[in-house]
Design a protein around this ligand. Structure first.
Ligand code: FMN
Length: 172
């Protein structure tokens, strides 16, 4: 294991149909995050649940973003991102950032948004915000898998988080 992505299987495998896979994934509860970025390419963000911890040394997260998301070009150009984990009750923020047509850059003018060291927008009222530099990415099928090194943490007000489960928002 040398630390780089390595292909270990034939190019294609038979897999279950997309509808079967999506139905299975709906049964998994997942925290709802706003992935933001800010830098020379501009500021934007999108709602995402495909985030997980990889390692605590160095502190590393994995984020999966659809290639068709408008944010992906800005994110990969800025090479920074912040994972803002939403509080229970922040459904309206999740819905706003889930729309490609929303005026996302101007949403960050609200005083609830600040920055840490990377310049990516940080939601002060999020449960937690993880400010990251992108260290690696790879296109896998429909998505770009991004590895990001966590450079700063902002702990927001404690309390229940917003979770997406069975195609609905829930408070956990
Ligand atoms: C609950 C929820 C979870 C989502 N999770 C992801 C995700 O993990 N990755 C992703 O690429 N899109 C995800 N989306 C969809 C994006 O938020 C959506 O495509 C958005 O319009 C992308 O914005 P953009 O085109 O401005 O980048 C999710 C949407 C919702 C409502």
């Amino acid at each position: 294991m040398d630390g780089a992505f390595a292909a270990v299987a034939p190019d294609t495998f038979p897999t279950v149909a997309p509808v079967v896979f999506r139905e299975a994934m709906a049964r998994l509860g997942a925290a709802v995050h706003i992935i933001t970025t800010g830098g020379p390419a501009g500021r934007t963000g999108l709602t995402a649940t495909a985030v997980c911890s990889v390692s605590d040394m160095p502190a590393t997260l994995l984020v999966c973003i659809n290639r068709r998301a408008q944010s992906i070009g800005i994110l990969t150009e800025n090479r920074v991102l912040c994972v803002n984990t939403l509080h229970a009750g922040q459904e309206s923020i999740a819905n706003y950032f889930a729309k490609s047509t929303a005026d996302k850059a101007s949403a960050f003018d609200s005083p609830d948004w600040t920055t840490l060291s990377t310049g990516s927008p940080v939601l002060e009222s999020a449960v937690v915000a993880l400010d990251c530099r992108i260290v690696e990415w790879r296109a896998v099928a429909t998505h770009i898998v991004i590895y990001a090194a966590v450079e700063g943490v902002h702990n927001g007000p404690p309390g229940p988080a917003l979770v997406y489960h069975d195609r609905a928002y829930k408070h956990v």
